[in-house]
Write a protein that binds this ligand. Sequence first.
Ligand SMILES: Cc1cc2nc3c(=O)[nH]c(=O)nc-3n(C[C@H](O)[C@H](O)[C@H](O)COP(=O)(O)OP(=O)(O)OC[C@H]3O[C@@H](n4cnc5c(N)ncnc54)[C@H](O)[C@@H]3O)c2cc1C
Length: 483
Amino acid sequence: MPSPGPDGIDIGPGLGPAADAGRRPGLDRLLSRLRHIVGDAHVVTDPDAMAGFLIDWTGRHRGQADAVLRPRTTDEVSRAVVECAEVDAEICAQGGNTGLVGGSVPPSDRAGSRPRIVISTARMTDIDDVDVIGRCVGVQAGATVEAIDARAGAVGLAFGVDLASRHSATAGGVVATNAGGIRMIRRGNTRAQVLGIEAVLADGRILRRWTSLVKDNVGYDLPGLLTGSEGTLAVITRVLFRLVVPPRASIVAVAAIDRVADAVELIGTAASRGLTVEAAELMTEAGIALVAAHGHRRPTAASGPFYVLLEVSGPGDVESAAVELLQGAGGLIDAVLEPGPARALWGAREAHTETIARSSVTPVVKLDISVPIRALAEVFDELGAVGDRNDSPCRPVLFGHVGDGNIHVNLLDVPPDRVDDLTDRVFGIVTAHGGSISAEHGIGRAKVAWTHLGREAADLATMRAIKGALDPRGVLNPGVLFA
Ligand SMILES: Cc1cc2nc3c(=O)[nH]c(=O)nc-3n(C[C@H](O)[C@H](O)[C@H](O)COP(=O)(O)OP(=O)(O)OC[C@H]3O[C@@H](n4cnc5c(N)ncnc54)[C@H](O)[C@@H]3O)c2cc1C
């Protein structure tokens, strides 16, 4: 067994097949059957080759598995899952492994005797031709957000989901987490983009709900159910995504401002003046100083305690409308404006997650919360002060999708034995203001102890009943969502 790490998470040398692998009945036969299905090269058991699949993006969560399987087709996934079911093997589906809550890697302990397989969608990257009239596209689960958007862009359309992890995050991953991202304020979350889904159930059967019909009310919304299921109900193999018409022209502005309330007001004013808010992001001086120290350009010449990034589009002269908007903005310290996509202006915002991860001496405690917009300013103040107490000192860096009331709370340099205490404190603030403990990253393994803060007893029982019905042996991503 690996040794417990400083933060209580197993980090020992045991990445990869555990020393007691021989005690797992049926494992050798399972591996040989899996090799027959996907080919020797795609059943990875070498510990070094498996290592990258067994540690999550944050570095907090490390898991153990007997093999990583890299299928190419839905049929291969289905046949592999049938074999896994025969020996009760646990399955962790993995896309780009950019998830931030530990759900993309298997558990760190090997308490039971069940074999454990990671199913990576890395080779399932096909993207169909875009249906331009129906404005949709079918993709395999491993296609990245960037690749889907590029395919849509080639015919003048766009993918409604975008996030800073776009180069690696996959269709299966954004669906399984119901990702939000920077276009959420305009396009809705991933669930709003899903028209159809194909997935392999725990017994290997293929569930297919695949129709581009906008109106189709035959029974339960199964694609909607699998969206946000974090690998606990099925392995998603293909998705039929709705595509959107991108704005003809947009303007990106970054403004240094005095107060969070000024940002909220600016978004409201933009909308009331007929501008369409395509994205609205809030940052603090702590975050901007950190990314500037790592070589990113400061967006504005003068600093402010807060920065708001607004991307707006609209009819007529958007640039003049944006200039007028900023001139009338309350609490304005400085502002800069460029025609979209203005990647350089977005740079400082998009560098936050990676820079923060590199700037903490312990794995960053990442909490992704949302609160009613009216409470945003107060919650920002309270969250900014969570590290002030002597018993749990830490450096908070807050940023987020301000138009959605979503704050990414990053606590740096948290002493390992204070992680739970600080998480409790943050979630206490959030629930006191009627917010959610998971705005967009999901529950994964990281927040499983706090799920009850977000859902009532009957609600949790209903979710467990659904899990029990679709995965009665509890083999799909055990330990994620439910303890
Ligand atoms: C720099 C950075 C920025 C980010 N910004 C955002 C953001 O703005 N908004 C946001 O919501 N998230 C954001 N994230 C988090 C992350 O990118 C998303 O959660 C994303 O949806 C994960 O996709 P993935 O393919 O990497 O999934 P993974 O990390 O591989 O998996 C995530 C979860 O989905 C499950 N899963 C993956 N593929 C499948 C499948 N085929 N079938 C069933 N289950 C599956 C896994 O089991 C796991 O539970 C960010 C991450 C980083 C590193």
